[in-house]
Design a protein around this ligand. Structure first.
Ligand SMILES: [Cu+2]
Length: 96
């Protein structure tokens, strides 16, 4: 009985720690990203950023979709990463 309880507790701890490192998705508008070469520059910068899991870019909608580990990197940092490549993001960087 006691053993069963401690196993249950261990599983609960594992589940809790998995929940802390959760994935988040940011949809970032980059108004001046109008062609594939802009997209490549932005995608490359994001891919090199720790915590970024995947990046999808829609140049028609001027939209960058980033899936990231929110315990490693914040959306504001992703905005800054894009801005460092020379593109403004919309809305501007917000402090979190
Ligand atoms: Cu371009």
């Amino acid at each position: 009985m006691k053993l069963t309880l401690s196993v249950t507790a261990a599983v609960a701890v594992l589940l809790a720690s998995a929940a802390i490192a959760k994935e988040a998705t940011a949809n970032i508008t980059v108004p001046k990203m109008d062609c594939d070469s802009c997209a490549v520059v932005i995608k490359r910068a994001l891919t090199k950023t720790a915590g970024v899991k995947s990046t999808a870019i829609d140049t028609d909608k001027r939209l960058v979709k980033v899936v990231y580990e929110d315990s490693t990197v914040s959306e504001a940092q992703l905005h800054q990463t894009i801005e460092k490549t020379g593109f403004e993001v919309k809305p501007p960087v917000k402090a979190k």
